[in-house]
Each structure stands twice: as structure tokens, then as C-alpha cells.
Design a protein around this ligand. Sequence first.
Ligand SMILES: [Zn+2]
Ligand SMILES: [Zn+2]
Length: 174
Amino acid sequence: MSKYEWIPSLWLETFGEMLNEDNELDYGDDWNLTFNYSQTDQITKEERKRGWKVYSHCAHANFQCGSCGKTWSSARVVLLFRYRLRGGRGTVIMRPFGQACRRCQDDQFDLPGFVEKEVENALQRLFSKIRKNCYAEEDDSDGGSSASSIKVKTKPHEASLCEGCRMGICCQED
Ligand SMILES: [Zn+2]
Ligand SMILES: [Zn+2]
């Protein structure tokens, strides 16, 4: 499995493991993860009424250009989650934001690839939000992002190459 590739099954499997083996959301509800590659962080009044919430996570990820094969990594990769709990059914919809190749400058946003630890990190944070907002648990997260705890040298963030920045929802640097 390449750490440069966007692999939805890695997310689905980790999501399932964390729920079924680690009992991250131990309330007897059925939670599912799906993907939507065009959703935004905007929640309409209607959606809010129907229980939708948004969580945006800043992750560390790796990329490979689809045209020239160049690879790079970034500590500012946005993962946007929408979630809600309704009638015993929990739904999480995820969108990963891409980055474009600095060499090609072709406006093609390549999707991020993750190592398993980063996937666990992001989902851990998401589950903690869900426990707080859907089950009224105390928030046990420290509020920081996973990216800050990982010491990897990355080039300065270039807004013009970042899909999250283009949409105005990129994560902030600490
Ligand atoms: Zn390229
Ligand atoms: Zn950005």
C-alpha cells in the first residue's frame, strides 16, 4: 500500500476497527463512513435542523503528482467531515482536500495519501467530537491538531497549490 495514494478502504477499515475493536463510540448506535468529494464546510439551517455538524481536521499527508510522478508531503492537509446521529444511525461523510504539483502548476489537485497512524489520529479526533456533540460527553481532546505533534520538515505551505486554501477552509498553522 503506497503512502502517496488516496486509499478509501484504509479509512473504512480503520473506522470499523476503531468502532468494533476499540469501542470508540460505545453507545449501541450504528455508525457508517462514506465519501463525498465536493462537499463544503457550509451547513444550511435545514441541515443543522436535521442534525448535521461539521468537523475540519488538519492532517499530515503525502502526495504524488498524477502527471510527473513528483512526491511531496504536507502538514496542512484538510479533512472535512460531516456527521450526524439520527434514529440510532450515525453517518460520517468525509472529504479529503488535495494539493497541486509545484512543478506542473496544472491546477490538478492530487488526493492525499496517509500512513495508518495519521488515519487513526484523525478518526480519534473525530470520534472525540462526536462523543461531545452527539452524546454530550466531555471533550477530552487537547484542541491541537495532529500535525503539530509530528516533526516532519515540509516546504512552506503554498496557498495557490492547496485546494483547501482555494476554498477558504484550510487549516491554520499553529
Ligand atoms: Zn507534477
Ligand atoms: Zn492550504
